[in-house]
Design a protein around this ligand. Structure first.
Ligand SMILES: Nc1ncnc2c1ncn2[C@@H]1O[C@H](COP(=O)(O)OP(=O)(O)OP(=O)(O)O)[C@@H](O)[C@H]1O
Length: 739
């Protein structure tokens, strides 16, 4: 009978684990699969089509919606313990359609800060200055017309290029875009970034748990970031160090792709950049040079050398100093002194005073050239910041910039914002976001073999381990059987409380993805949370029941439908509560170590107040007993006890205890001579036909007085509280991680 309880879930766990492992291998290592099946690799097909970018952008409505970005007097200061720290002061400049504008400067110069301010992502610090789009302040719809490509992407390693694009398309393309349209759009941008050949390739990377997945190269991955960035046909593309971490060839390929997109489509590109090689530098049209938060130059790249030479620095000697970019970086990096030559040539800025002086000279020049630009353009800025004239636009940039004045990024609901295929550019619905996130969660879980197959087997063998140790313990005579059942029930319930520790690495990985995605405004907290909670549920239920019933049957616990149902439901609830508490602490705590500490403390607290190791009423410290109401096991353990013992009777006709237990009792009472005679042992081990032990006595002993539903209700309330804590933690995290 007990066999039918534990064998089916144990076998089922292996079948499921094998199926998931095969599924994961089929996706993660298709080459291996082909070799096993002795199938030849598919022959390379004809070169894949690469649509003209101009067609692409015309079709999606970006041409004619070009945007000119201008900023003036931009500053940022933080309140720190040491006082006010100014990281950016009085910075002006512009970025034009059809052009690539660089933000250049030594580390800590303020490039990322400026990029965030321009992109409207900066929420921390005291911000000053104005940012104009086509001569007007940015409206609420600005975020829908721009795209931001962060330095570190948050792609999931287990998703293919196609799937990654489909996921972002679902979240960024306007409401009402059909699945076919989204697919076609994703194909277009992949083709535009030269990634069509990698559509089925996994993004790759290191999975939580340490498995390393082969996937895209660094350059391909960066291009995928850009492809995802341009999916929604933005008018302005911001990039944070798009070439960092790339070899020089990949860096050049990424920048050339970007330049082509800008030139073809009227896209305005603003990118922070770090020490670019000559070919990469040549791809940029204009540059803003920062050092220590001060603006030292803003204008065409071609005129940066003449500006610095005009203020007495230099001369630039390409054979000695390398590219113009290398030279100006050396000039303004005041952390490292470069000795001038004996004739005074080769002087660099070495002190804060010299830096402020150079910044002041540029500021004066900037103000004058902006005023001149206004006069020439009949009012609107027109690219202030050129040291001479306004930045010389390439190709049709001049015309486009003029057109840009009439191409405001208006409110999407008015129907005149950046459009995709003619539809109003409104955010996807909550449901669309939920479905996309649920799909991603399932891919993430099912493609990680350690996640599904490994953890399912782990759960099955934990149950089997417990079952082997306590094998048929429930068949022991009378009181021994009761003792073994009581003990093993506590072991099982605490096991379910501890099991979510196997997911600790996943919680931290999830947190990283969430922070990155929410920061990029890809989705909001509620669809993410709902998708995550739904996705995890089937795996939790199956794993917990496999473990629970494998142990249950092997130990020989009570085989009755009510007992089985209460025991199984309690196991699932305990696991869910622990899972949620672990998840909440991973989100609320600043790092994995502190999250571990908190959850270990919480687990210990639960054990102490479960009512098994010590009954709350037996605690001598008077204020301790009420703390039991905050222990989840205080509700779960009584449920197990109720399921196993309520109304049950246990045969003891073979004797109340084993002879060994009786002997222990005798030696426990050495000062009671009557017992040393063996009378107690004889009484306890004597066969007594018709003897039955009443299970309800165990309920009385543990004080299980409430009906089963009351304990379930308490556990459900506990779970709900843990969910609320996790959700609030996520909301706080999104705020705390503000830029
Ligand atoms: N929240 C903050 N509080 C205090 N200082 C900050 C904060 N965020 C950034 N900073 C400081 O602002 C300065 C500019 O940082 P930013 O990241 O913009 O520089 P960066 O030019 O992008 O540097 P890198 O090239 O190294 O990324 C740095 O000195 C940094 O320490």
């Amino acid at each position: 009978m007990e066999l039918s309880v534990w064998l089916p879930p144990f076998i089922l766990a292996h079948v499921f684990a094998a199926a998931f492992a095969i599924l994961a291998l089929a996706t993660l290592a298709p080459g291996l699969w082909r070799r096993l099946l002795r199938r030849p690799a598919p022959a390379p097909g004809p070169p894949l089509p690469r649509p003209s970018s101009a067609d692409l952008w015309r079709k999606h409505g970006a041409v004619g919606k070009v945007l000119l970005l201008e900023w003036d007097g931009v500053g940022c200061a933080y309140s720190t313990q040491a006082g006010i720290k100014t990281v950016l002061k009085d910075v002006g400049g512009s970025a034009r359609p059809f052009q690539m504008s660089a933000l250049l400067g030594p580390s800590g110069a303020g490039k990322s800060t400026l990029l965030d301010i321009l992109a409207g992502r900066k929420t921390l610090g005291r911000l000053t200055g104005t940012v104009l789009v086509n001569g007007r302040p940015r409206g609420g719809d600005f975020a829908r017309c721009v795209s931001y490509v962060p330095q570190e992407d948050s792609f999931l390693p287990t998703m293919t290029v196609d799937e990654t694009c489909a996921f972002h398309a679902a979240l960024t393309l306007p409401r009402g875009t059909s699945r076919q349209q989204r697919g076609a759009r994703a194909e277009e941008v992949l083709a535009a970034m030269g990634l069509l050949g990698t559509r089925g390739t996994l993004v790759g990377g290191v999975l939580p748990g340490g498995i390393s997945l082969r996937g895209l190269s660094g350059g391909e991955r960066k291009r995928l970031s850009v492809a995802v960035g341009i999916l929604a046909a933005p008018s302005i593309l911001f990039l944070d160090e798009p070439t960092s971490g790339l070899d020089s060839c990949s860096a050049l390929s990424v920048v050339e792709h970007l330049r082509d997109r800008a030139a073809d489509s009227g896209l305005t590109i603003v990118s922070s950049i770090h020490q670019p090689r000559a070919a990469v530098w040549a791809a940029f049209d204009s540059v803003s040079l920062l050092s220590e938060g001060a603006l030292l130059y803003a204008g065409p790249c071609s005129e940066i050398v003449s500006w610095f030479e005009s203020i007495g620095l230099g001369p630039w000697r390409p054979d000695v100093h390398g590219t113009a970019c290398d030279w100006v970086m050396d000039l303004v990096n005041i952390g490292f002194e470069i000795k001038p030559q004996s004739n005074g040539e080769g002087r660099t800025i070495t002190t804060r005073g010299e830096l402020d002086d150079a910044a002041a000279r540029f500021a004066a020049h900037f103000a004058a050239s902006t005023a001149q630009g206004r006069l020439e353009n009949g009012g609107s800025g027109g690219g202030g910041g050129s040291p001479g004239k306004a930045a010389a636009p390439k190709a049709a940039a001049g015309a486009a910039a003029k057109g840009a004045d009439s191409a405001q990024c208006k409110d999407a609901d008015s129907g005149s914002g950046v459009q995709d295929g003619g539809g109003a550019r409104r955010r996807p619905s909550w449901w669309t976001a939920f479905c996309a996130l649920l799909w991603r969660e399932l891919l993430w879980t099912m493609r990680n073999p350690a996640d599904v197959a490994g953890r399912m087997l782990l759960f099955a063998y934990l149950g089997a381990g417990c079952g082997v140790v306590f094998w048929r313990a429930a068949d022991a005579p009378g009181l021994d059987s009761l003792r073994d059942r009581i003990n093993v029930l506590f072991i099982l319930v605490q096991q379910f409380l501890m099991m979510p520790f196997v997911y600790m690495s996943l919680y931290s990985a999830d947190k990283r993805h969430y922070v990155a995605d929410v920061g990029a405004r890809l989705y909001t907290t509620s669809p993410y949370y709902a998708a995550k909670s739904v996705a995890v549920l089937p795996f939790v239920i199956v794993n917990t029941l496999v473990c629970s019933y494998t142990a249950y049957g092997m130990i020989g616990l009570r085989v009755e439908s009510r007992a089985l149902a209460v025991h199984g439901a309690t196991s699932v609830l305990v696991y869910l509560v622990a899972h949620q508490v672990h998840s909440a602490s991973s989100i609320i705590m600043p790092n994995e170590d502190t999250a571990f500490l908190v959850t270990i403390a919480w687990s210990a607290y639960n054990f102490y107040f479960a009512g098994f190791l010590i009954k709350a009423d037996d605690m001598v410290v008077r204020w301790l007993p009420p703390l039991r109401w905050l222990s989840a096991l205080n509700y779960a353990y009584p449920l197990y006890v109720d399921a196993e013992f309520r109304g049950a009777s246990f045969p003891c006709s073979g004797g109340l205890v084993k002879p060994g237990t009786a002997a222990t009792l005798s030696s426990l009472l050495p000062a009671t001579p009557a017992l040393r005679s063996g009378a107690l042992t004889a009484a306890l081990t004597a066969r007594a036909p018709g003897c039955v032990a009443a299970g309800d006595a165990v309920l009385d002993y543990f004080g299980v007085t409430l009906p089963v539903w009351a304990y379930f209700l308490a556990l459900i309330a506990y779970l709900a509280a843990a969910h609320v804590a996790t959700y609030c933690g996520l909301l706080l995290l999104a705020r705390r991680e503000r830029r």
